[in-house]
Design a protein. Structure first.
Length: 346
């Protein structure tokens, strides 16, 4: 977008209450202009070609055609950044696979409307700089056939950390579903609203070959297990003798986030005494870059997602610019790069 130009937003929601909250909240930001609203996807189809917004906010569940079906139909020929506004609903991941850039959880009666508006505003600002996918990633619901890595003490003494933000839910899935069941232990930090990390881990566990679950404080890392950092908790790797566990605690925000990719990467650089790999994926800002650099200085092999396949080439760009990345790879090729490296450790 041109510097100084306002971000033009179309709000799509069947609830008048939600529409008003979103319109008023976004309009309060000096860089955002709400140019209109639609009460359903049919209304949106009629208004989108005329209004040509920079960003669309969209409810997932609406009468008639759902937001997910709309995205599948509309985005292939009309790529536009879409931010989902959803209740705690597993269908949000189907919408992300259909091409939505990011999502924010709608407030319930216990939650602050101000926090919702702040989060949505930030995501709209990020989405205005995003490169939305026009088509879903291939075969999202199944793992890809991969050979087992096999035995060897070397691969039992490797830890892998992966961090991502905007666009990362589907990018991380694309990596994980291409890995075999006997991967070295992994820790995943994905910036995500509270309540969704459990569902995301369950989704990865259903699709991928390895065991994936939301991390709990004190969980021991072992081969064939990938742990997803819980939302709103800092997740760090801890060494106890010759074993590695995770610490999941409230803690302060690091690099503006909780969980923070930097917090996880820095902990690996500090305590891990075996081989390690760091992977930084699509996302706005620089969370993870400094931690990845520390990992590389300690001998880690580091992979950064490339610009062409990133929804937002922020985190991996900063990491690459400061020398934290050994090799860049497309979203679809990160797993192959990782596997090739692991095979050299036999």
């Amino acid at each position: 977008m041109e510097l100084g130009k306002k971000i033009r937003v179309l709000v799509v929601d069947d609830s008048a209450l939600a529409r008003n909250l979103i319109i008023q909240g976004l309009s309060a930001h000096p860089r955002i202009e709400v140019i209109g609203y639609a009460i359903n996807t049919l209304d949106a189809k009629q208004k989108l070609p005329r209004l040509r917004p920079d960003v669309v906010t969209m409810d997932v569940e609406m009468p008639g055609q759902s937001g997910i079906d709309f995205l599948k139909e509309y985005l292939p020929n009309n790529p536009v950044p879409v931010i989902l506004c959803s209740s705690l609903n597993l269908k949000v991941f189907d919408a992300l696979n259909a091409g939505a850039v990011d999502f924010v959880r709608k407030p319930d009666v216990q939650e602050s409307k101000e926090v919702f508006v702040t989060n949505l505003t930030q995501k709209v600002l990020v989405a205005s700089m995003a490169r939305p996918r026009s088509v879903p990633l291939r075969s999202p619901s199944v793992a890809v056939d991969t050979p087992v890595l096999g035995g060897g003490l070397a691969l039992d003494r490797v830890l892998v950390g992966l961090g991502a933000s905007t666009g990362g839910t589907e990018a991380t899935l694309e990596v994980m579903r291409r890995l075999p069941a006997d991967i070295p232990p992994m820790v995943i930090v994905q910036h995500m609203p509270k309540g969704f990390t459990q569902m995301y881990a369950d989704r990865l566990n259903r699709i991928c070959k390895m065991e994936v679950r939301e991390a709990r404080n004190g969980d021991e890392l072992h081969r064939g297990l990938a742990l997803v950092a819980p939302a709103d908790l800092q997740c760090r790797v801890v060494r106890i003798g010759d074993k590695y566990t995770v610490s999941c605690t409230q803690g302060e925000k690091v690099s503006g986030h909780r969980p923070s990719v930097d917090a996880m990467f820095h902990s690996m650089a500090e305590v891990v005494r075996c081989k390690m790999v760091g992977i930084i994926m699509t996302g706005m800002g620089q969370d993870g870059a400094a931690g990845l650099l520390e990992m590389r200085k300690k001998g880690a092999y580091t992979i950064g997602q490339d610009k062409e396949s990133s929804v937002v080439y922020g985190m991996p760009m900063v990491a690459n610019d400061i020398g934290a990345v050994c090799v860049q790879a497309s979203c679809e090729n990160v797993a192959n790069v990782l596997l090739r490296h692991l095979k050299t450790l036999h």
